[in-house]
Write a protein that binds this ligand. Structure first.
Ligand SMILES: [Ca+2]
Length: 376
């Protein structure tokens, strides 16, 4: 009887733990996330979405409460084929400075190989993003070429500054300075990082007010329907129940309108990708909206891109990780169903049973590898 009670207690405890993990998985935490994407769109921690076309180095988010700065994240865009893509991200955490560019990562001015671990910071990259995660409660994800996302612990609430705002849970207050309403351009320009020998010019202030007043120019009205239909389609309903799609429809229109070539991935895919990620962070499940012809993402080996999948990939050495995974689902490259990533020979995704064969390699050194059959 006693044992049965103990078993029941254990069962109840297990259920409680699983429920707790799942609650954490679906917890809406978009308010701990700031991002920038497309043609200079920003979403602050407190939910304001605004446009700032500055092309200098800017403070995206930093710890501003104490005299000692624990972290900072700076970004800079550059123009490539007529589109303002993110050219580099500089993350400083205590005495470590990470300079992330598309192909190279420097730590305190020294080139390093990824994955990199030091001082409680992990930097890794895959075909889709570079991710920097620090024990100070900061995660930076740079979806290469396009969007940068900063996620912060609630401990930093009301103590940040930069283009991501002050993280005080109140929208709009960032755009009021000494009792006066300021424009996104004025707000953005204040976040400029002054570098020696950098003569980068601030964006022009001129038409800021008029732009706000007239919203979408007539020449862009044609894109309104396209963007509206995409985000209001039934397949996105799990997302539109959680996040108001209207500001994203506007950024989609602006991207397509400002694009030199509207079939360019940067123009149409950028906001859809952002909305999809925001949806995952809000606990929703975005559809697999990409196709081979539309906003396709390339993965390494035979991995496939999923809009909503566990970031903990099953591998030969580490099986069962996705069921124990504490991170919520996000877009990324995963192995097709029924396969695991071969982290022994690094040959992509293979059937789980094939992993066992690799163990023979370790335990039966006499066995011969037959390359013609590509298996043991
Ligand atoms: Ca605020």
């Amino acid at each position: 009887m006693g044992w049965r009670r103990v078993s029941l207690c254990f069962l109840a405890l297990s259920v409680a733990i699983v429920t707790d993990v799942q609650a954490r998985l679906v917890r809406n935490h978009v308010n701990s996330i700031c991002s920038t994407w497309g043609r200079g769109h920003f979403k602050t921690f407190d939910g304001d979405i605004y446009q700032f076309p500055g092309m200098c180095e800017y403070n995206l988010a930093s710890d501003c409460h104490e005299t000692y700065q624990e972290f900072s994240v700076h970004v800079r865009r550059k123009e490539e084929d007529g589109n303002p893509i993110v050219s580099y991200v500089v993350v400083t955490i205590n005495d470590l400075s990470f300079h992330l560019s598309k192909n190279l990562v420097n730590v305190n001015d020294e080139l390093v190989k990824l994955p990199f671990y030091q001082g409680g910071v992990q930097v890794e990259r895959n075909a889709v993003y570079i991710k920097l995660q620090s024990k100070v409660g900061l995660t930076v994800m740079w979806y290469l070429g396009d969007s940068v996302m900063v996620e912060l612990d609630r401990d930093y609430a009301n103590r940040t500054c930069g283009l991501c705002g002050d993280f005080n849970g109140v929208a709009v207050n960032e755009f009021i300075h000494n009792g006066r309403k300021i424009s996104p351009i004025e707000f953005g320009t204040k976040q400029k990082v002054h570098l020696p020998n950098d003569d980068c010019e601030d964006p022009y202030e001129e038409e800021d007010d008029s732009r706000e007043a007239r919203s979408v120019p007539d020449s862009c009205k044609q894109f309104q329907t396209t963007c509206d239909q995409m985000l209001h389609s039934e397949s996105w309903s799990s997302c539109t129940k959680l996040i108001d799609p209207e500001p994203y429809i506007q950024t989609c229109v602006q991207d397509m309108c400002g694009c030199p070539n509207t079939t360019n991935d940067f123009c149409v895919c950028s906001t859809l990708s952002e909305f999809s990620r925001e949806c995952s962070h809000a606990g929703g499940q975005p559809p697999n909206w990409r196709t081979h012809q539309f906003c396709a993402k390339k993965c390494l080996h035979n991995m496939v891109y999923e809009e909503s999948s566990s970031p903990c990939i099953e591998t030969c050495k580490n099986q069962g990780t996705s069921s124990m995974c504490e991170h919520h689902r996000l877009d990324g490259c995963v192995c097709p169903p029924g396969t695991v990533f071969d982290d022994i020979s690094n040959r992509g995704c293979i059937a789980q049973s094939k992993c066992q064969c690799y163990h023979k390699k370790i335990y039966n050194p006499g066995e011969v590898y037959r390359q013609d059959q590509d298996e043991w």
